[in-house]
Design a protein around this ligand. Structure first.
Ligand code: TXA
Ligand code: MG
Length: 325
């Protein structure tokens, strides 16, 4: 059910749940100070209660309402990247709901860079907790139609058009002494974070972890996340993808493929999505392409992985959670 901005604000103030657009993915929002509203989010998503939620605020001045400290490093990151696809995990004020924190001593905060989301937060004088508006372990939605297909027509949806970043925010935790750590890769890269933060990098580089084919885990994040319903196979090179497609054909199984970059000389006689060789563009179109592939009702999805390079890290991370090799 599509709702207007005014209806969405009224619904949220009334303890209801509304799917809202952000620049990354659609979020399933509830008033972050209302425990019974927050519990509805967990119920609708079928999300385990120990998975904390991101609180979306309208302005970085509101950080002190939620966090006990706003270390210099975190201030620099907020000034550089907010509004935008960066979530900061900071020590939580004691009053912050345990439902939001998932019993962690920290709270995750972000100012989204989407005009409709900012209007909702500012006009409504609201802070909303919002995980991605999909069932737990399913693909994240980047359009209002994806939300309705995943959660049903009865969910109120504020339509703000397709999301232009397309994958979830980069998550960085900053401790009271200013040490920081990347918890989830996103389109703001670890290198960009390090340039602004300049000091106290706590963990080994995530880039080297992915390069070694180790998929790092955010606390409370499952390896198989963001998956389409159709079994999805990932390929590091096009030759092995083509070999597999021939093997599937020989077994009489149907398949669809997603390629990144130039598709000349590829004649596979199946439904194909061809994405351009650009990390920003692939991120923007990734979930909608996987949603589209999923509706083709084939036996297998075959996806070509981008190269293991820093600029592809976030896309590699999401794809590696969606499929198997
Ligand atoms: O781009 C995004 O971040 C989207 C849009 C809607 O803002 N939201 C999103 O929410 O991706 P969700 O719930 O799908 O992912 C939230 C992530 C989880 O992996 C959770 O573990 C982490 O944030 N998180 C939240 N609070 C945390 C905390 N206090 N400490 C560590 N991780 C936290
Ligand atoms: Mg999610």
């Amino acid at each position: 059910m599509r709702v207007s901005l005014e209806q969405a604000i009224a619904e949220l103030k009334n303890g209801g749940v509304v799917a809202i657009p952000t620049e990354t993915v659609y979020g399933l929002a509830a008033d972050a100070t209302n425990d019974s509203a927050l519990k509805k989010v967990f119920e609708i998503k079928q999300r385990p209660a120990d998975h904390p939620l991101i609180v979306h605020i309208g302005d970085m001045n509101q950080v002190s309402d939620w966090a006990t400290t706003f270390p210099e490093v975190a201030i620099k990151l907020a000034e550089a990247f907010w509004p935008g696809p960066l979530t900061l995990v900071l020590p939580a004020q004691p009053h912050v709901s345990r439902v939001v924190r998932g019993d962690e001593p920290t709270v995750a905060l972000r100012v989204p860079n989407h005009p409709v989301a900012l209007a909702l937060l500012k006009q409504g004088n609201l802070s909303v907790a919002a995980p991605s508006a999909n069932l737990f372990t399913q693909l994240s939605p980047t359009t209002a139609a994806h939300v309705e297909a995943g959660l049903g027509e009865s969910i109120p949806v504020l339509d703000g058009g397709p999301c232009n970043v397309g994958i979830e925010s980069t998550i960085v935790s900053v401790s009271a002494n200013g040490q920081w750590q990347l918890l989830r890769p996103g389109m703001i890269s670890e290198e960009e974070i390090a340039k602004v933060a300049t000091t106290h990098h706590q963990a080994p580089s995530l880039a080297s972890a992915v390069a070694n084919q180790i998929v790092p885990k955010v606390p409370g994040q499952h390896a198989l996340h963001y998956s389409p319903r159709t079994p999805l196979m990932l390929f590091k090179d096009r030759l092995s993808l083509i070999q597999e497609s021939k093997a599937l054909q020989a077994m009489g199984l149907s398949f669809a493929i997603m390629l990144i970059g130039d598709s000349d000389n590829v004649e596979l006689n199946c439904q194909t999505i061809n994405l351009p060789n650009s990390p920003d563009k692939v991120a923007e179109l990734l979930y909608s392409s996987l949603h589209d592939l999923d509706t083709m009702k084939v036996d297998r999805l075959l996806v070509e992985l981008p190269p293991v390079l820093p600029e592809w890290l976030a896309v590699l991370d999401r794809l590696s959670r969606a499929g198997y090799r």
